[in-house]
Ligand binder design. Sequence first.
Ligand code: GLA
Length: 691
Amino acid sequence: MNKTLKPLFACLFSGLICTGAAAAEPQVINIKTDGSSMVMSVTSDGEVLFHHFGGRIDDATPVTGIKSYRRTDHGTDNLAYSTMGGRNFREPALRVTHADGDMNTELRYVSHTTRTLADTNVTRTVIKLTDTNQALDVELFYTAYAKENVITTHAVIRNREKGSIVLHSFYSSSLPVKARSYLLTHLYGAWARESQVDHTLLTHGSKSIESRKQVRTTHTENPAFMITLDSESFDENYGEVIAGALAWSGNFRLNFEVDEFNVLNILAGANPYASDYTLGAGESFTTPEMIYTYSSEGAGGASRHLHDWARNYGVWHGHTYAPTLLNSWEGAYFTFDAKTLTEMIDDAADMGLEMFVLDDGWFGNKYPRNDSNAGLGDWQVNAKKLPEGIDYIASYAHQKGMKFGIWIEPEMANTTSELYEKHPDWVLKASERDVVLGRGGTQVVLDLANPAVQDFVFGVVDNLMTSYPEIDYIKWDANMSVQNHGSQYLTKDNQSHMYIEFHRGFEKICQRIRAKYPDLTIQACASGGGRANYGVLPYFDEFWVSDNTDALQRVYMQWGTSYFFPAIAMASHISAAPNHQTFRTIPLKYRIDVAMSGRLGMEIQPKNMTEEEKALCKNAIAEYKTIRPVVQLGDIYRLLSPYDKQGVASLMYVAPEKDKAVFYWWKTEHFCNQHLPRVKMAGLCADKQYR
Ligand code: GLA
């Protein structure tokens, strides 16, 4: 794990490469980015061992002649993809019951290839493995992004056996790491308190982070983490850090197991919980992608790599400046008519905002959406509230030089809806049980495993876009977790496929939408920050960080979010005082300064603002437009963490050319005669003069 260990990679897992004096020199697989390497080797009996993920190694010629002391029944070597069977006593990446009942899988090397893709920044290595006894193949895909120093990986499991096999676990990757100590940094939280930062020193045994909520998977935990190596303290600028993020928005699990030899094995993938997956003869199973980066410049370096990668490959429109906007939710909630909205548009245009978004409440006729308890599923304009139609509001915004966006929650229904009356079989539900109801006492989740439902959900977007081509932006919400564990579409033997198939259905819908509407801007919202992950971001432009718009609490939430996600994807809005969630009164300047560190927007009734407040916002919005390129495309340097409790939080964004930077400094508490710490800037050029 150390940059200086150039050719001697065998030292990292000393003695693991050669299995005896007679062993031939092992074949080496070295997957490289500009600044990092993943090194594996093939033993004489065909095992693929993992040796190194860290600084780049150009010549990975192994040291030969070292005899293994661990190839005994005390434990396994560090397999590149661990399985249940043989000497592996750790939790495996892959656990299978084969067609004949055999519970073991022992993978051996078949071949590997490396090729550069059309995008010459990207290299793909595929390692083919097969079981020693069963007709089961596994392909490990490693995609290396040179400039961003990111390596992503997934596995494809192929069943060539005569009958069906059952996959009990099917992780995307297992990564063995060897260091003196491992400090795990990850996000935890709750609704309205998302992305809190937690640091935990790993001890022997396992620590796991997971979601079983299926839809709003990132309120409580996020499938992203950092591991600081060889240090018990977290550092923004120094030291070695491995960061990972799973590209999966369904149930996930990350498991960190430190064994008796102090090797950390990281498993990351879709959660195997209640998800046994039967794979018929001839079928294959593709795991989600796991994204890894290595930094020798502390956590800050890891975040910058991930942000670069996200803007280039992981977020839809990662280089298009997100527009400033006024969202109607906290300003109008469910109570509005065309006049309310056009007046909001007038005020938004006066303040210089670039888009107006009509949130919840615009649809449903038989069951009007006047509250959260009715109407979901019936995506027709409510004729009573908006007899002039959506096109009238959209055109009004366009006439004012603004874009227009609209809220939908297409994966959901209320039982009080025409959709549910017509298709009660379209909702997730165990066949003989009463349906468990969510928000408003009537909400249910649609069964995205069902292709007819996929067509319906795609149709919600497609019909809106066809009927109202003036729509520029969609806020896609999802306000219920899966509380009904059953699919009315899947067969009785395949009920445990539901979690995987729901998310695959979701991805298929997203792919269809993106194929037809590449220019549409889409926000991922799931009761706030329930969908902040790289499973959705390849199809979405941004996510709503939290339903909590309190600026002080946002400092903490946006700080945690910034570890893994770039500011361009982080929607951050100025809202009213007292705040609607915390009832705290915070000066407008502070609310502006916090919102300006992400994608700036407003979530307020402008009619209730004073002229001075509007003027201050107008000024800030104009200023934001000048700094937007640096905020949304620049490199982040976190200077002083709010979690360090020094009374201040501070960060900056620096343009890649280092000719411009934006510096933020927020007080996080206030006491009399409090001496606040100095903040050292970072990321600037020592030989430049900044004004
Ligand atoms: C969720 C979202 C909010 C808002 C409401 C509307 O809670 O997170 O921003 O859109 O739904 O019902």
